[in-house]
Design a protein around this ligand. Sequence first.
Ligand SMILES: Nc1nc2c(ncn2[C@@H]2O[C@H](COP(=O)(O)OP(=O)(O)OP(=O)(O)O)[C@@H](O)[C@H]2O)c(=O)[nH]1
Ligand SMILES: [Mg+2]
Length: 314
Amino acid sequence: MKTAGLSGRVMDGDPRALARAISLAEDNAPRAMELLRELFPHTGKARVLGVTGPPGAGKSSLVDHLITHYRKAGHRVGVLAVDPSSAYSGGAILGDRVRMQRHAGDDGVFIRSMATRGHLGGLARASNDAIDLLDAAGFDPVLVETVGVGQDEIEVVKTADVVVVVLVPGMGDDIQAIKAGILEIADLFVINKADREGADRLHADLDYMLSLGSYEERPRPGVLRTIAIRDEGVEQLREELDRFLEREHGQRIERRRERSLARLLAVLTERLMARAMERVLTEERLEQLVEAIADRRLDPYSAVDEIVEELEAR
Ligand SMILES: Nc1nc2c(ncn2[C@@H]2O[C@H](COP(=O)(O)OP(=O)(O)OP(=O)(O)O)[C@@H](O)[C@H]2O)c(=O)[nH]1
Ligand SMILES: [Mg+2]
């Protein structure tokens, strides 16, 4: 049944409506808030799969083939690439949207890239909104790709239902060199580019690292090998993901609680920041405070005291 308005069209899976809705969410437009409020009761169904790892590890290539396998299994797949430089199937970036050539024209696949800048710390908020929109539109799973370089990007995938960390052999002196914080969030490790030298060594290093951990709260991550460009090991990865989600149902509930908390705090932070900017922190004022702090005439705590007092007085 068709419902009028944007939310109805999103729920019908209309790609143009969905694209529009995600843009509104990205801009944190008032309309987006309304939309998400309306659609929220229809969310929570999609499995959210996070894929992260160093630049160029082959994340997009893996996602590209994962889509194909999920499609074969009859799923409608949503992809959110929080990384404007992604190159799916060698496809070019069309505006702000990355379209995988081989999936173009398949209305069971929706791919969207999201710029990492311009969210004023609201990247996680914006991505979670986009995930909800894809979820409401009936996409399941929703794959979220981020480059594991910045804290914001890690924040985005951390609370996915399952997190895949993609590594590649020959990353210099190895797992020590990997950005802190990304190894810890893995539910599953993928050694991609297993056609390259050094896969055995990386595998051994990972196994050793994992043998040192304690796994009371969460299970010990498995390690899989893939050659994304030849679609080798990708179907196994999909099976492993499904198994994880089935087996770790309790984990999933816990993860969703974490995601809910993070979202609540993110929305609150963004709202309070916006309010402060609107009512107290004119650009000029901000400039003055920054100068004062830089010159050590004012400490940041006192500056914030000032701002908060003024905000509360209003
Ligand atoms: N030899 C080899 N090359 C691969 C493999 N998987 C991906 N590549 C190549 O590695 C390069 C990067 O692949 P992407 O899939 O764009 O990697 P990514 O992790 O998404 O990259 P960013 O999003 O830019 O961080 C491309 O040239 C791929 O063709 C693999 O298994 N073996
Ligand atoms: Mg990519």
